[in-house]
Design a protein around this ligand. Structure first.
Ligand SMILES: [Zn+2]
Length: 171
């Protein structure tokens, strides 16, 4: 990912010093099976870099635009997820939780991309009050949508999800 390599030489000369990175980031191609970042819609990165004695801490937020089919009505829906970023780039990473500093440069690209993938909803919902398939769009007896809408196994599942006593595993 271009433009997300950040020089930290100056920052590192002053432990405790902070540097704000705020910019749009290209997330084209980031997707999971249930949702994707719309082509041409940038995410927005807003993080603070902080110089540590043996590395650089990165913390802040990433906004990720997404689109995908609603899990109930199957209509295309979209939204923006915001995820927290918290990473440490270290001179000498001792475990997998730490990223390494490449010379005096840290590369936020992979961090941003991984976070964006995790931010995408695995069960998109067009609205909390979505009632499911619109009968006008899925008339009984035609197409996959209709079979799905009237399949008793699916209605049983819907009743389960709507029962306030049973937590929705997808929420
Ligand atoms: Zn819906």
């Amino acid at each position: 990912m271009a433009g997300l390599r950040v020089g930290v030489a100056d920052l590192r000369r002053h432990p405790g010093q902070r540097q704000i990175i705020e910019r749009d980031v290209e997330l084209d191609g980031v997707e999971v099976s249930t949702a994707a970042v719309p082509s041409g819609s940038p995410g927005h990165l807003d993080v603070v870099l902080e110089s540590l004695s043996d590395g650089v801490a990165v913390s802040g937020r990433l906004s990720v635009p997404w689109e995908g089919p609603c899990r109930r009505c199957l209509e295309q829906t979209s939204g923006v997820e915001v995820v927290e970023l918290r990473e440490v780039f270290s001179d000498s990473p001792v475990d997998d939780d730490l990223l390494s500093i490449d010379g005096d440069v840290i590369d936020l690209g992979p961090v941003v991309r991984d976070a964006a993938v995790l931010a995408l909803p695995v069960a998109p919902l067009c609205g909390e009050d979505c009632l499911g398939p619109d009968p006008d769009h899925f008339p009984v007896g035609t197409g996959d949508g209709a079979e799905r809408a009237v399949d008793p196994r699916w209605s049983a599942l819907d009743e389960l999800r709507f029962d306030p006593g049973v937590p929705d595993p997808l929420e």
